[in-house]
Design a protein around this ligand. Structure first.
Ligand code: NAD
Length: 298
């Protein structure tokens, strides 16, 4: 009999955490004909998630990318509840809870006793070691990183992170599933911040140093990278979009994990986070978002 590790057999997906990322993951899985069970400890988050998936699917219909029928069928495939006990019949569970190692450990502890023996567990963490998370479960060989990008329905990449114990079968199942979701996988070994953030965040941090040292203004730095390197967004705009708290967190993970001074977070980045000026979410970061157009703050 075929094992459910063969991708063709991944039919039911559990998603833990119905925030920004879990909502998008549920959306793309349901649209790829998979049954989805979305879990969150906060009932409001579940309600918001379903509303968001509904409106984003409707937007795809309006743009002619999917049909009304696809939209209705995808919504039908998403069930929600507040307990990981309900994920016992899932072939794969993607954990997308808050980026806090203690929270993730408690999710896995509660989850694994209810899972099928051959179910795969994936974490969407941006920065926590997959090997360390895997070691808290009963199935390190069936544990993997599946790092979706934000916004999930739009972004084409899934970074797949192999922990030291991740089996080849688990990797192949998740790789094939990523393709089925319409995404392109890129595989990374399990080192701090993986590939995308290892390269992107030091660039953002360097842009903040460039501002800090007075080499250029916010406008000059963002214009230079948009027009000079063809980046769709300047690095300081991008920092505000990601959230300066998240940027600082990733720099600290690189600095602590690789013990190399080239990853030292820029003191100006630290100061903005201390001030609560964390970017778009706060209405202020390197730009002020209180008016109709973002205004550079330096
Ligand atoms: P979020 O704050 O929007 O959502 C987290 C959700 O987890 C919340 O709804 C919260 O109620 C829920 N939660 C907390 N504890 C829980 C528990 N014990 N059981 C079930 N649900 C619980 O966060 P997010 O931005 O969606 O990030 C989720 C994960 O995805 C993090 O690991 C983050 O690093 C990663 N990630 C985020 C981004 C991004 O750009 N936001 C990109 C890639 C990966």
């Amino acid at each position: 009999m075929a094992s459910s590790q063969e991708t063709g057999m991944i039919q039911k997906i559990g998603v833990v955490g119905a925030g920004q990322m879990g909502t998008g993951i549920a959306h793309v899985c349901a649209l790829a004909d998979l049954d989805v069970h979305l879990v969150d400890i906060n009932p409001e988050a579940l309600k918001t998630a379903l509303d968001t998936v509904g409106s984003n699917l409707s937007r795809q219909v309006a743009k002619g990318r999917i049909t009304e029928k696809d939209c209705a069928a995808a919504l039908q495939r998403i069930a929600t509840s507040s307990s990981v006990e309900d994920l016992g019949d899932c072939d794969l569970v993607v954990e997308a809870a808050t980026e806090d190692e203690d929270i993730k450990r408690s999710v896995f502890k509660a989850l694994v006793p209810h899972l099928k023996k051959d179910a795969i567990v994936a974490s969407n963490t941006s920065s926590i070691s997959i090997t360390r998370l895997a070691a808290t479960t009963d199935r390190p060989e069936r544990f993997i990183g599946m790092h979706f990008m934000n916004p999930v329905p739009v972004m084409k990449l899934i970074e797949i992170i192999r922990g030291i114990a991740t089996s080849e079968d688990t990797y192949k199942s998740v790789r094939d599933l990523s393709i089925k979701l319409g995404k392109t996988p890129a595989v990374s070994e399990d080192f701090p911040a993986f590939i995308v953030n290892r390269i992107l965040l030091p660039m953002v941090n360097e842009a903040v140093y460039t501002l800090y040292e007075g080499v250029g203004s916010v406008t000059a730095i963002d214009t230079a990278l948009r027009l000079g390197a063809n980046h769709p967004m300047g690095p300081l705009e991008l920092a505000d979009f990601i959230g300066l708290d998240t940027c600082l967190n990733v720099m600290n993970v690189l600095y602590d994990g690789l013990a190399d001074s080239k990853y030292r977070p820029c003191p100006l980045l630290v100061k903005y986070v201390e001030a609560g000026w964390i970017g778009r979410r706060a209405g202020r970061g390197f730009y002020d978002y209180s008016g109709p157009e973002p205004v550079p703050t330096r």
